[in-house]
Design a protein around this ligand. Structure first.
Ligand code: LMR
Length: 396
């Protein structure tokens, strides 16, 4: 039965980590995957997480099953973070949240749920989008198309093109939007542009699916999340996937959530019952530890304040790296303009490096980036940046 199976291609992002791990050069640098490293090149264990884990270790509890939808305290804390603590959507019980296995798990629950209740819908993702979006929605049974988004000439959003795409979508289509820190381009919409997008989505009868994996890495936690409450205020329906992989540096714990906004509390209860069926038939219920850590931090005032401070530290360090990257490249590659890297938002820079240049970086310098030229600025630090700049100047 397996004899005719063809070899699948490497994952465009995690496959780079595989190649990186296999590289024996001690000076290798991984700018591929979206992971934040500190200035020593280490994935941080946040102090707020360490403290929450110490508290949890004092109250060691048996590992019974969580409810299908996850830890109640976690789901509540996520809703308050995502929609705002005093959101009318929460008061009216119109939002339901299920704990998910990371942001990817949240997208998958949402995709399977939509496939069941909007089976013929067309799904639209940005051009370009996170490498896994298309495969994930296609895998759930949808046909996936792109909407116009990035303009390589301006290195910003082709907003007129995006609006034209939105207006051309058939009613009932699912439109996947990056709430903040667009992956891979780092080019975000302005608050005014979001207003136009929300209007087009609502008037066009589209189903918005907001993917928010980088809340807090743009302008701040509340600022980055603002678009979610604006969409929710427009009336719904709305799906929101979020992740704590990056913002809590909890990658391997796989903590995320899917929230769905319905028209009434009664409708929301029916939605939740169906989301639970999706979860139950996929993996039954989520794991306990990561959800407990995040819920403890979000609901304990001192830990919450510490988290906000630590997240700000990560955000600021990334910005510093953007500035250094631009300044140093100015010296090493005069005549090449990388000023746009300063304007990009979040962990990534769509650097403009070609597939061939990326290949040279990998083969000749053991520096790993995504084939599309996406580099993770959050993996640069004061010790590796000169090597990265020298190598980029060479391949340019
Ligand atoms: C990325 O885009 O690198 C991250 O979201 C990690 C992943 O799962 O691809």
């Amino acid at each position: 039965i397996f004899s005719a199976i063809a070899m699948a291609p490497r994952d465009p992002i995690l496959g780079i980590t595989e190649a990186f791990n296999a590289d024996t050069n001690p000076g290798k640098i991984n700018l591929g995957v979206g992971v934040y490293y500190d200035d020593n090149g280490k994935v941080p264990l946040l102090e707020c997480v360490r403290k929450a884990e110490a508290l949890l270790a004092e109250q060691l509890a048996p590992r019974t099953y969580l409810p299908i939808e996850g830890l109640a305290a976690y789901d509540k804390a996520v809703q308050e973070l995502v929609f705002g603590a005093d959101s009318p959507i929460i008061q009216e019980k119109r939002a339901v949240t299920v704990q998910a296995i990371g942001g990817t798990g949240a997208l998958k629950i949402g995709a399977d749920f939509l496939e069941r209740f909007a089976p013929g819908a067309q799904v639209y993702i940005s051009d370009p989008s996170w490498e896994n979006h298309r495969a994930l929605f296609e895998g759930a049974g949808f046909t996936v198309d792109n909407y116009t988004y990035y303009d390589p000439a301006t290195r910003g959003v082709n907003f007129a093109g995006m609006m034209a795409s939105l207006h051309a979508m058939p009613r009932g289509s699912v439109v996947v939007l990056h709430a903040c820190c667009h992956n891979p381009t780092g080019a975000d919409l302005t608050a005014d542009q979001w207003g136009d997008v929300i209007k087009a989505v609502t008037e066009g009868g589209l189903i918005p699916f907001l993917d928010m994996a980088y809340q807090g890495f743009g302008a701040g936690i509340a600022q980055d999340g603002a678009v979610v409450s604006r969409f929710a205020a427009a009336g719904g329906p709305l799906l929101v996937s979020n992740s704590f992989s990056k913002s809590f540096s909890l990658y391997g714990e796989r903590v995320g959530a899917l929230s769905v906004v319905a028209a009434s509390a009664e409708e929301a209860a029916r939605v939740l019952s169906q989301l639970k069926r999706v979860v139950r038939t996929n993996y039954s219920s989520p794991q306990i530890h990561g959800g407990k850590v995040v819920a403890t931090v979000l609901t304990t005032p001192e830990l919450r304040a510490l988290w906000e401070q630590e997240l700000e530290g990560m955000r600021v360090r990334i910005r510093e790296m953007r500035n250094e990257f631009v300044e140093k490249l100015k010296e090493k590659a005069p005549g090449k303009d990388f000023e746009f890297v300063r304007e990009q938002v979040g962990m990534f820079s769509y650097s403009g490096l070609t597939k061939e240049q990326v290949e040279h970086l990998r083969k000749e310098h053991s520096i790993y980036a995504v084939d599309t030229g996406r580099i993770c600025v959050a993996a640069l630090n004061s010790k590796n940046i000169d090597r990265v700049i020298d190598a980029i100047a060479k391949v340019l």
